[in-house]
Unconditional design. Structure first.
Length: 195
């Protein structure tokens, strides 16, 4: 016998929840199948981006500059390390100022001898997924007149290029200062000389 204190969902709500759960599983399975196909995923996103640009040119509207700025934000997160070396230097300087040598002997703190792999703030998969979703949303927005806001587009394009140049310059200076490269050039590092 069922207790009257336990609320039960109506059958139609349970059926809807089951259908949503099934769709979420299918979506996740599709994403899981796409994971190893890096080049094909990015080519698909590029095709979507070209479709979006063609839609803008042919319809003569929908200059969504927010898409470009969002993609720039994703690119910067993709290029940055998860643990910022400048913040670690600040923490190390604070520890030295506080005088942590009173606790007894400590291990050497030379970080140049230690191998530290580059770990991205935004992994490639999330970068691709965020970019693809953003382009799809922007493409979807071109089908509604509500999002066709009249703007003087040359100023927005100039703003984007100035923003891109300044942020990339700062990011490259950061890479040079802290000696990290966010890309794998494609060659495996060989240790112990050539034989």
């Amino acid at each position: 016998m069922m207790s009257s204190d336990e609320p039960t969902a109506p059958p139609t709500l349970q059926a809807a929840q089951a259908q949503i759960s099934k769709l979420q599983r299918q979506y996740q399975q599709t994403l899981d199948r796409w994971t190893p196909h890096v080049l094909q995923r990015w080519l698909g996103t590029l095709a979507l981006l070209i479709t979006f640009m063609l839609r803008i040119v042919l319809s003569q509207g929908w200059y969504i500059d927010a898409l470009a700025i969002y993609l720039l934000n994703l690119l910067l997160a993709f290029l940055q390390p998860r643990f910022d070396p400048s913040l670690q230097d600040d923490l190390l300087a604070d520890e030295i100022e506080e005088g942590t040598g009173d606790d007894g002997p400590t291990l050497p703190s030379q970080r140049d001898d230690e191998f530290r792999p580059f770990v991205r703030r935004l992994p490639e998969w999330q970068f691709w997924l965020g970019s693809t979703r953003a382009v799809m949303v922007a493409l979807f927005c071109t089908f509604s007149e509500v999002f066709d806001v009249p703007v003087y587009w040359p100023i927005l394009v100039l703003y984007f290029f100035v923003l891109f140049a300044l942020t990339m310059r700062r990011q490259i200076q950061h890479m040079i200062k802290y000696k990290y490269i966010p890309f794998d050039i494609g060659r495996k590092a060989r240790y112990g000389g050539s034989k």
